[in-house]
Design a protein around this ligand. Structure first.
Ligand code: RIB
Ligand code: CA
Length: 327
């Protein structure tokens, strides 16, 4: 497939590679974005979440180095919410193991594009390709919201946003919250940012906890991880390393393996046909208190996004692994 036919994306992510107590899904999403022939990865922007964004940039660089793709720019993004605060659970985590490199040696950032901030990188890159760039946002939405505030023309110029975040309670057990009973991490980390994005008028696709959970089969099983021969593909060693880091200290008790939240957002950007969707009106609860960061459906309201409501998780996970580990 020629470069011009591939969907141009920026991956806005909180990747942690080999850092104990972090999710494996962001680096796997990055590997998928590099390997899926239907996507053209224009750059990686980092955001606080699994680890601080400067450390996340080094983690992204580790994946790019493993893939032989150090030509892809990495831009460091926001280290706090738009209001300048860092949520207390992250302050605590960053003071410990999640604030420093773990068991994988991370490169220093050498790519000169990293001197550009993530917000400016998003603005410049979208402006260079008006209407063509999809932002795949798989962390807090602070970089994106700030870019929209700084350059309001982006509301027209961003081709689309596919984001992993939120939960509408469509799935009983897992579909509401994971950081609080009502809120999902990426939205709760910066509800104000998500509110700006949700009201931006940009074409939005939501990949939420309603489908990124074990009931849809969107699980990379421990047995499948252990079965990967590190010599079988270019990305096999780092693939195994990030997954084993997760298995050694899982963030959530799924019993067996990793939920592939963020890779599903990349898979949907590559081919919306992998899932089913409903057009819905969704807002973010900004009230301080137990509902903060909850994503709420407004029945009868004007739809502002397409929400992923169904996926054959087992098939998608199989295809994702195949793509990442292709020769
Ligand atoms: O709630 C799931 C999100 O938070 C994902 O983006 C994952 O990376 C986790 O940290
Ligand atoms: Ca993430």
């Amino acid at each position: 497939m020629g470069a011009s036919h591939r969907r141009k994306i920026i991956l806005d992510t909180d990747p942690a590679v080999g850092i104990p107590g972090t999710d494996a899904d962001d680096p796997l999403a990055l590997m998928l974005a590099l390997q899926d022939p239907r996507l053209e990865l224009l750059g990686v922007t980092t955001i606080f979440g699994n680890c601080p964004p400067a450390l996340g940039a080094r983690c992204a660089a580790a994946v790019l180095r493993a893939a032989g793709r150090e030509d892809v720019p990495v831009a460091i993004g926001m280290g706090t919410r738009m209001n300048g605060e860092l949520p207390q659970p992250l302050k605590d985590a960053y003071a410990g193991a999640r604030g420093r490199p773990g068991r994988v040696q991370l490169p220093e950032i050498v790519n000169p594009r990293t001197i550009l901030s993530a917000v400016d990188f998003i603005i410049e890159t979208v402006s260079a390709h008006p209407g063509e760039v999809t932002i795949v946002a798989i962390g807090a939405q602070t970089n994106l919201a700030l870019a929209l505030e700084k350059a309001p023309r982006l509301r027209k110029d961003i081709g689309a946003v596919v984001f992993m975040g939120g939960g509408l309670g469509l799935e009983q057990r897992y579909g509401k919250g994971n950081i609080t009973p009502l809120a999902e991490c990426n939205i709760w980390f910066d509800p104000q940012a998500a509110d700006i994005v949700f009201r931006s008028g940009v074409e939005l696709t939501m990949v939420s906890l309603d489908v990124t959970n074990p009931t849809t089969g969107l699980m990379l099983r421990e047995s499948a991880i252990r079965a990967v021969d590190p010599k079988s593909a270019l990305l096999a060693p780092i693939f195994r390393e990030v997954c084993m880091t997760y298995l050694d200290a899982p963030m959530f008790d799924w019993g067996d393996g990793c939920v592939l939240y963020d890779p599903l957002a990349v898979a949907v950007a590559a081919d919306p046909g992998v899932a089913s969707f409903q057009d819905l009106s969704v807002s973010v609860n900004l009230e301080p208190g137990p509902g903060l960061g909850q994503t709420v459906m407004r029945p009868g309201g004007k739809a502002n996004m397409r929400v992923c409501v169904g996926v054959d998780g087992e098939k998608v996970v199989g295809d994702i692994v195949k793509t990442i580990l292709a020769a």
